[in-house]
Design a protein around this ligand. Structure first.
Ligand SMILES: Nc1ncnc2c1ncn2[C@@H]1O[C@H](COP(=O)(O)OP(=O)(O)OP(=O)(O)O)[C@@H](O)[C@H]1O
Length: 355
């Protein structure tokens, strides 16, 4: 039913447009979706409309209770909408059998939800078994997925969840959600329970994975930095899932739509943006202006360049291309120019700032 279609995905950044081929994701559309829980007088979600392109990784960010989870769970009908329509590749999810629908949508949650009495291999094989895959096909898929999430199948397949660390269990959760190769993945604070170092590692692994699989992903988080790091686009939500801004991380950081979004970003918007722009994307100086031994690669971020400039105190440092050849130089003024006007205003402490 919900087959993944090979399409092209366009990632827009302030400075470049990259096209990734062969995404396996589906198109999702929510139109005028409302949810009023029984026994509640106010809506949890009101008139929510959004278009998600195949292969996009969309982050929902907003304060506790604003309706992020409710909105996401209506896509796989863990929660039924009160009104509105939700389509996946043009098919109304309300017209599909809910159990079959859920089997075709990967779902990863913070509490992981691994079955404690099943081995890791059995946990990952739950949906393939339901779909009637042969033993051999299932086993091959389990091994492949364990490798994809950086767990050696020989070591981990026959262990039980309690014999794994929190981060390893979370990886199994991701592998399990990917088992039947679903076109859509819903992820609800999947890395929320892990320590900051494991969390960053899981985020980077997950980004690498998404680059090759190109699923359509809705990812709920409280953490704006996580949204900036992972998202193709971020939806900043307020009460009742009202979309305050829906745009790329770069555009949100560069021009927040209103005071709410600005306060949500909080301090350090300019520094966060620096982490998203590569040295190669900035206006650079002549190679002969470089001083000292320090250098940054063209692919490093402007934040790396700024850190190094401050650490060394040099007026300009070398920029190297692949192979280590110095091709240009970069100074603090050039880092600052790359951010453009408005960066200083963005970096001012915001009233009512949230964590
Ligand atoms: N089963 C339920 N019955 C009644 N009200 C609910 C139910 N689930 C959620 N709500 C209410 O709906 C609103 C939105 O909740 P939801 O869980 O979607 O928010 P959230 O943004 O995901 O919050 P959090 O970040 O804390 O998980 C809240 O006011 C919540 O109290």
């Amino acid at each position: 039913m919900l087959g993944g279609t090979a399409t092209e995905k366009t990632i827009h950044t302030t400075t470049s447009i990259t096209t990734v081929r062969n995404t396996s994701g589906a198109h999702i559309e929510l139109r005028d979706v409302n949810k009023v829980y029984a026994d509640q007088s106010v809506a949890a979600v009101e008139n929510f409309s959004m278009n998600v392109e195949p292969g996009e990784l969309i982050m929902f960010v907003g304060p506790s209770g604003c309706g992020k989870t409710t909105t996401m769970k209506m896509i796989n009908r863990i929660i039924e909408p009160t009104s509105g329509t939700i389509t996946i590749d043009g098919r109304d999810v309300l017209s599909l059998n809910p159990n079959e629908l859920r089997r075709h949508i990967g779902y990863v949650i913070q509490q992981i939800g691994l079955f404690p009495h099943m081995s890791i291999a059995e946990n990952i094989a739950v949906v393939p078994k339901l779909l009637g895959w042969s033993k051999e096909k299932t086993r091959n898929r389990v091994d492949e997925l364990l490798s994809v999430v950086q767990l050696d199948p020989r070591e981990f397949a026959d262990r039980y969840p309690k014999q794994l660390s929190g981060g390893q269990q979370q990886r199994v959760g991701v592998a399990r959600a990917l088992a039947a190769d679903p076109p859509v993945m819903l992820m609800d604070e999947p890395f929320g329970a892990t320590d900051p170092i494991t969390r960053e590692k899981l985020q980077l692994e997950f980004l690498r994975l998404q680059e090759s699989i190109g699923k359509t992903i809705i990812f709920v988080t409280h953490d704006f930095d996580e949204a900036v790091r992972l998202g193709d686009r971020i939806a900043v939500l307020s009460e009742k899932s009202k979309i305050e801004q829906f745009d790329t991380p770069e555009n949100i950081l560069a021009s927040p739509a209103n005071a709410y979004v600005a306060s949500f970003i909080g301090r350090g918007a300019a520094l966060k943006r620096l982490g998203l722009i590569t040295v190669g994307d900035a206006e650079l100086g002549r190679a002969s202006d470089a001083r000292g031994d320090a250098s940054v690669d063209e692919g490093d971020s402007l934040r790396d360049a700024l850190d190094l400039l401050m650490l060394t105190g040099l007026p300009a440092i070398a920029v190297t291309a692949t192979g280590g050849r110095t091709v240009a130089s970069i100074s603090v003024a050039q880092v600052s120019a790359a951010l453009g006007a408005g960066a200083a205003a963005l970096d001012a402490p915001a009233a009512g700032e949230r964590s």
